[in-house]
Design a protein around this ligand. Sequence first.
Ligand code: OGA
Ligand code: NI
Length: 358
Amino acid sequence: MSPPISSSSSASDVIDFVVHKGNGVKGLVDTGLETVPEPYIQPLEERLDPTKFQPENFIPIIDVSNWDDPKVVDSICDAASKWGFFQIVNHGVPLEVLENLKSAAHSFFQLPSEERKKYLKENSPSEAVCLCTSFSPQAEKVLEWKDFLRLSWVSEDQASAFWPPVCKEEALEYVKKVELVTKRLLEALLKRLGVKEIDKTTEYKLTASPILSLNYYPCCPSPELTAGVGRHSDVSTITILLQDDTGGLYVRGTSEDSWIHVPHVTGALVINIGDVLQIMSNDKYKSIEHRAIASRSKNRVSIPFFVNPGSDATIGPLPEVLASGETPIYKHVVFSDYFKHFFSKGHDGKKTVEFAKI
Ligand code: OGA
Ligand code: NI
């Protein structure tokens, strides 16, 4: 039998195999492919230019062993307003929980392709789990070199019933621990905005529908031609990202068109501000553009925990932020509309936030 995909396959054969048949980039790489197929080749202007890299030591690493220390709160809020991106260490999630989760992500993607396919949207028994590839294959011009398993947090019962057995325990353990980190971070960030206590309504707007994504970037024969994830800011309130030691995550630098590598720090979690918090804070905090690239020699995993509002929540600048008479930059939008807008196009840097601008 001839291999399903070879160097002579057409672009539509590749898309059919990866997207429609649900084999993913993982399935593509498993065919033994030696060159990057055309649907994955980024135009020159979207490729990372190594001559434009800035040094790594820009991104703050904050020790949060004492969350209540005003200096810690200051560091978090300063990093969130200046950078929108930082790492935290001594956050209370044990190293073992982090390592187990990364292994579990590898285990899922190492399942035979027929097993993985049980979680494709059309086969999945529940909205709590969905195996996807690229970002928004129907809407984007060039595909991204990435598969991901989206684990939506509806309830513990749903997660226990429907998340894949191969990664369920590890993911549940992590979510329980990381929820505490989320709470601490948001308390610090909102206090600075004049919110004395996060009540139930605000909590719903900030955190009601989190998503844990197991991102898998298989080895790529020519990563420099591709995007693992193209330039974007997250639509979340905040994102807490666990990355492995492969490297490949970059954030927008300070000089034009420059990018800064976010180094792997053992035991650290990478925090970034999402569009929702930028909107709610009326630009006090900024969601920053970032991107990721696959490796030539290692299968990379990264695991973002997207802290998202409830889908029917209305988001807009917080009354506390506008209390001093500041002009609102954003209108109020329903989060599900914002989310749909994000997926209605390919990744395009910070453009999504325009959707909510007045
Ligand atoms: C994302 C993302 C970065 C990474 O999934 O939104 O930015 O390092 N991922 O995988
Ligand atoms: Ni992101």
